[in-house]
Design a protein around this ligand. Structure first.
Ligand code: PLP
Length: 398
């Protein structure tokens, strides 16, 4: 911590389970699709034949054997990683903190796409950086206004060097920036001398298999890409990477070394072995199909329970893990926290605001809810939300 004055910035607790709770809260992948038998054979072989290396400390570099697995994933979105500039992480959450600590200076402002993944804003704040909402229009980050915002903040004496975004199947809205908007955004970022930090855990999880060009592939010299195996493989291995512009890789490597000494050689070797045996297609196709189905079931249930002309509005996403609901009357979803008493959980929207905004929204995750529990979960949720609608005006008067 840069100061000892405050506690580290907090994260919502997302992964509680148990009892009769139907959780729409945490962004967990559906690991029923992992080929566990095959994996356990590969892990046994890895331990037997390479255990003394894979279980040893390693260096803060991506293992050579893992590079093809990363290159394969990134190429599917047009990403163009350079092996020497890949920095291993224990998942993108660590990547975010490494970027904040390694590249930021305390007191510096970071422009953020909003609503924002709370782990990103918590990482920035933990490093003493100040998240600030990037200007947006209905298509996403507004490139023209971005230039003006960066100039205004600098004129006010603020230091601004980074723009954080999650451009594909965004957490929490599910929104994707169009290819055209990406080009304009990258031009604007260059003109405004902003390094673009592209957080991309969901880009390969489009329900129809289509991808949108990664910002990294469009401008590798000015985009730092955070990749992770958490959503396309499994988060328990805690394995991800940063594809950095060459001049930044050294600082990031040194920072990750301070954070974790070395990455998990075992996790990297396990992923490399899995990819070498069968590639990514089967698993990623299975995940995509599963999430397409789950999202459809949840959206249909929401239509049935909440109607399409009531106060709650949402858009069906084309990929990713999340549905984002907003209340047109401004109901405060944080006040619905006792929803757990109704046997259902979700994340109140204010967690995704930089300063408590989005209090009228909530995020639902559909990725890991058993098929047969979605309708029941949405029925419980609807009971909670109907209460919110009724209570809304009173709360506004008070
Ligand atoms: C947008 C975004 N970034 C980063 C992360 C962190 O993922 P991990 O650390 O498991 O790679 C998540 C996890 O949900 C996320 O949604």
């Amino acid at each position: 911590m840069w100061t000892d004055a405050g506690a580290p910035a907090g994260m919502p607790s997302l992964f509680e389970r148990g009892g009769d709770l139907i959780s729409f809260a945490g962004g967990l992948p559906d690991l029923d699709l992992l080929p566990l038998e095959e994996l356990s054979g590969q892990l046994a072989r890895l331990t037997r034949l390479g255990g003394r290396i894979a279980l040893q400390y390693s260096t803060p570099h991506v293992a050579r054997a893992l590079v093809p697995a990363i290159t394969d994933l990134m190429a599917r979105e047009g990403g163009r990683p350079v092996a020497e500039d890949l920095v291993p992480t224990a998942g993108s959450q660590m990547g975010l903190l490494a970027v904040a600590l390694g590249l930021g200076t305390p007191g510096e402002t970071v422009l953020c796409q909003t609503p924002a993944y709370p782990g990103a804003t918590a990482a920035f704040r933990t490093a003493g950086l100040l998240p600030y909402a990037a200007p947006e229009d209905p298509e996403g980050i507004d490139p023209v206004a971005l230039r003006a915002t960066a100039a205004r903040l600098r004129a006010e004496g603020r230091r601004v060097r980074m723009l954080y975004c999650n451009p594909t199947f965004q957490n929490p809205t599910g929104a994707t920036l169009s290819t055209e908007r990406r080009h304009h955004l990258l031009d604007a970022a260059r003109e405004a001398e902003l390094l673009v930090v592209e957080d991309d855990p969901y880009g390969l999880l489009g329900f129809d298999g289509r991808t949108t060009p990664a910002l990294q592939g469009l401008d590798p010299e000015n985009v730092l890409h955070l990749g992770t195996f958490s959503k396309v493989f499994a988060p328990g291995l805690r394995c991800g990477w940063i594809a950095a512009p060459a001049p930044l890789a050294g600082a990031l490597r040194r920072t990750t070394e301070v954070m974790a000494l070395s990455p998990s050689a075992f996790a990297q070797a396990a992923l490399a072995a899995f990819h070498a045996r069968g590639g990514w297609d089967t698993l990623i196709d299975a995940y995509r199909e599963r999430y397409r189905e789950r999202c459809g079931l949840m959206a249909d249930a929401l239509d049935a329970e909440l109607g399409t002309d009531g106060p709650w509005r949402w858009r069906r996403p084309d990929g990713g893990f999340y549905l984002w609901l907003r209340h047109t009357g401004g109901a405060d979803t944080a006040g619905l926290a006792p929803a757990a008493e109704q046997g259902v959980s979700f994340v109140p929207g204010a967690h995704f605001g930089l300063d408590g905004e989005c209090g009228d929204a909530l995020r639902l995750c559909f990725s890991h809810v058993p098929r047969g529990r979605i309708a029941e979960g949405v029925a419980r949720l609807a009971r909670v939300l109907r209460g919110a609608s009724a209570a809304g005006p009173e709360r506004r008067v008070a």
